[in-house]
Design a protein around this ligand. Structure first.
Ligand code: MCN
Ligand code: CUN
Length: 794
């Protein structure tokens, strides 16, 4: 017997087919809405039609009269139980059901619980709410105006609409660097609101058992343990009597991180009625009231030497927070990890200032494939670099070559305090340029222009901090950010692995088994992976910010190593040699100097239950908590070519080349799937996804006629390439990847369109770069802003 073929058993690097797809593609997934409990009732939410209004009165009497209506809850009834407001993940408060005012269109005002969802909807329609309309604020400029109405007049001491101010960097050194600059390049833009819009909306079933006092909640959450802690604190229930179960999730993309009023109202309704209460959000509810992404304004300058060297950056960001500051982000950082901007470049100094403003729009920020506002950071960075190249008349690839970190610079401390671990940036860039045929395209572009055709090429190069914590710096509501795994090997060598992460389609059931397989030589098919049930899974912070591989994935490797250490003792016992004389090869221990004498991992597992040495604790299982020493820093190059039609402003994508370095790939096929999905979303944000507001705070984009999701028909093809720089501090050398393409992709598309318009003097067209905006820019030779308010008839 010799070592196993790792690829054959589905270990590290195997493009193993996704085990979860057996049920997903056959319609056999088990989602929250598939769960039916005996006696279950149904809850619907009445939402505010107005963006900003005082509530004069609420008359629920007609709703109570409808047969089948069991409960109508208003904000006042919630207030009697101290539940009208709940804490957010950013130390703010959010209304569960409105009491004093409504603060955005779509805000939760009442809930109705009934025998079926249709009766509950009828009940909502029978409620009469009298509102006194107030002026609506739909952008931070309006919010900061001296005479602006104070949206959050519920908060003691809040006299304006400012929600936070934050600053990082070295102001004095940045000033000095700007004074030395040959050229200062400026850029102003708006990264619009966008929405994750997962196929499955949010929902929950709260099941309070009055007999045992135990509350079970089945729900669509990416972070079950955080929800359990929050429910314990908000509802004042003992934590061990709360069980959160997150079954299959139909996509999360960040939308399922926050705590939503529907969950809280459903829990209270179940406690009051003593019955299970199901709430399933509809599409417009999801699009209009839950976790949006972005909505950030940038005003930036870059100090440059004439040869293209970046001397300093200055960025001022203003975030439109909506009515409640509900961002999920590490508590130290008020704009997430925006200060990861320029981490892949050699930028000696910089200053980032930021402020948030409350507006009459839905809360929930920092969600949608972003790793805590890194999407904005990288978009801003890459738009600024493109603008600087244009200002200096330097080629867009060349300016990156002159500023990207070289391989000998790692680990690199950035101007804003991060420690970038590793990378081969120039190799990735050269690979990408080569793949797209950069020089040739540039020549074609000139020739095409002479014939009146507008071709453009856009580059985006970026690194991303993935895998929060470490626990020294990262916490959410004071809970330190780490993760965990628990592995139990059964007598026959089959195993169950549980982690504190929660897959929403990323394929953890497939890939975690591959890590176990790599560490222990147990075939991946013999390892079942379970996540999402707080009664059985070990504590973890959940899946977002592409932290699962960097943190939970590391815990999987570590727990497998602990199990292997015990298996070694069992092997020594079986082989009748001392432990020091036992060697390991994949799947098997053997005697040093006598390789034919060995014991497989399965034989060791059997011995753990049937033949352990005297005095050894039986069984073969363990757990591991992993507190990462640093974030992992993947790198990517995205290059897009486009052709813009000057007559219509329509732009077509010609080619998309992606070079991703996410360290060691556990499952290359899954990694490629993540990149393709991310590029699709990047294209959608750049081209079509539009969620905005008119001057009255009416939402434009709360349905799929206005908020366009790309189908396979619109989506361009992607050409993927790979570079591997193993992560120096991760047990298997892996870095996160789940968000890279969505983070770095948008700038490549947008830069390409701007490159096509290079001769027109247009510096910026805000996303989505809609044809009418391009056309307008071409007509006027001027920038086009996409900031709200928009005309309501547009
Ligand atoms: N992987 C790998 N090798 C690596 C890195 C990752 O094989 N070097 C695999 C992982 O094992 C995992 C997948 O790729 O199966 C993504 O891993 P990772 O980068 O760790 O990201 P997470 O698992 O933490 O997923 C979160 C990330 C986020 S934050 C959003 S948003 C997003 C995304 O994943 N939401 C998704 N991709 C999604 N994909 C689907 N299908 N559905 C979502 O909701
Ligand atoms: Cu920011 S969306 Mo993902 O981190 O769940």
């Amino acid at each position: 017997m010799t070592a196993l073929d790792e690829t054959a058993i589905g270990g590290l690097g195997a493009s193993r087919r996704r085990v979860e797809d057996a049920r997903f593609v056959r319609g056999r997934g088990h989602y929250v809405d598939d769960i039916h409990l005996p006696g279950m009732l149904h809850m619907e939410i009445l939402r505010s039609p107005l963006a900003h209004a005082r509530i004069v009165s609420i008359d629920t009497s007609k709703a109570w009269e409808i047969p089948g209506v069991r409960l109508v809850l208003t904000g006042e009834m919630m207030a009697q139980r101290n539940l009208a407001w709940m804490p957010t993940l950013s130390y703010d408060t959010q209304a569960v059901l409105a009491t004093d005012k409504v603060r955005f269109q779509g805000q939760e005002v009442c809930v109705v619980v009934a025998d079926d969802p249709y009766i509950a909807k009828d009940g909502c329609e029978a409620i009469v709410v009298e509102y006194e309309a107030l002026p609506a604020i739909v952008n931070p400029e309006q919010a900061a105006a001296p005479d602006a109405p104070v949206i959050r007049d519920d908060k003691e001491g809040q006299t304006d609409n400012t929600c936070y101010r934050w600053e990082v960097g070295d102001a004095a050194a940045t000033e000095r660097a700007f004074a030395q600059a040959d050229v200062v390049s400026s850029l102003k833009l708006h990264y619009p609101r966008s929405h994750p819009s997962p196929i499955e909306c949010c929902g929950s079933i709260a099941d309070y058992d009055a007999g045992t006092g135990k509350l079970t909640v089945y729900m669509t959450t990416q972070a079950p343990h955080i929800i359990r802690a929050a429910v314990a604190l908000v509802a004042e229930l003992p934590e061990h009597m709360i069980r959160i179960v997150s079954p299959d999730i139909g996509g999360g993309f960040g939308n399922k991180v926050p705590i939503y009023p529907g969950y809280v109202a459903g829990i209270l309704a179940s406690i009051l009625l003593g019955k299970p209460v199901k709430w399933i959000e509809d599409k417009s509810g999801n699009l209009s009231s839950t976790g949006f992404g972005r909505d950030m304004y940038l005003d930036a300058q870059m100090a440059l030497r004439s040869d293209g060297k970046i001397l300093a950056v200055r960025m001022h960001a203003v975030t439109d927070q909506g009515a409640f500051f509900a961002d999920a982000q590490p508590s130290k950082f008020k704009v997430g990890l925006l200060h990861s901007a320029f981490a892949c470049y050699d930028v000696p100094v910089g200053l980032i200032t930021a402020e948030g403003q409350y507006t009459n729009k839905a809360p929930g920020g920092v969600a949608y494939r972003c790793s805590f506002r890194v999407t904005e950071a990288m978009f801003f960075q890459e738009r600024m670099v493109a603008a600087a190249a244009a200002d200096l008349g330097i080629d867009a690839a060349e300016i990156r070559r002159r500023n990207l970190l070289t391989d000998d610079r790692f680990p690199h401390r950035t101007a804003f305090g991060f420690l970038v671990d590793s990378g081969q940036y120039h190799k990735c860039l050269d690979l990408g340029l080569d793949a797209i045929g950069y020089e040739e395209f540039k020549r074609d572009q000139v020739a095409a222009r002479e014939r009146g055709r507008l071709l453009g090429i856009g580059i985006s190069t970026m690194t991303e901090p993935l895998g929060a914590g470490n626990s020294r710096e990262y916490d959410i509501l004071g809970i330190k950010m780490f993760d965990s795994a628990e592995l139990r090997v059964h007598m026959t060598g089959k195993a169950i692995l549980r982690t504190g992460a929660k897959t929403q389609g990323q394929g953890h059931e497939t890939t975690w088994a591959q890590i176990v397989s790599h560490e222990l030589g147990i075939p991946a098919d013999d390892v079942i992976v379970e996540e999402g049930d707080t009664d059985t899974a070990p504590f973890g912070m959940g899946t977002y910010a592409s932290r699962s591989t960097p943190v939970a994935g590391a815990a999987v490797a570590m727990v497998a190593r602990k199990v292997r250490a015990k298996a070694r003792k069992l092997a020594a016992h079986l082989l009748e040699v001392s432990e020091e004389d036992v060697e390991w090869e994949l799947g098997r221990f053997y005697v040093r100097g006598a390789p034919e004498r060995g014991a497989t991992i399965q034989e060791c597992a059997a011995a753990a239950y049937s033949n352990m040495p005297d005095g050894m604790e039986p069984g073969l299982e363990n757990n591991a908590y992993y507190d990462p020493p640093n974030l992992t820093w993947p790198f990517a190059v995205y290059i897009v070519t486009v052709e813009v039609d000057p007559e219509t402003g329509v732009w077509d994508v010609l080619r998309v080349v992606a070079v991703d370095d996410c360290g060691v790939r556990i499952n290359p096929m899954i990694v490629e799937g993540q990149i393709m999905g991310g590029l699709t979303e990047a294209y959608a944000m750049a081209n079509m996804q539009f969620q905005t507001y008119d001057a009255d705070g009416n939402q434009v984009g709360s349905n799929y006629m206005d908020y366009l999701l790309p189908t396979a028909w619109e989506t361009p093809g992607f050409e993927l390439h790979e570079v591997v720089t193993p992560c120096p501090h991760h047990p298997i050398g892996a870095k996160g990847v789940g968000e890279c393409a969505a983070v770095g992709g948008p700038a490549a598309f947008v830069n390409a369109v701007h490159d096509a318009l290079a001769s027109t003097g247009v510096r910026n067209i805000d996303m989505p770069v809609l044809p009418d905006r391009v056309w307008q820019a071409l007509q006027d030779g001027r920038d086009v802003s996409g900031a709200p308010p928009v005309r309501s008839d547009s």
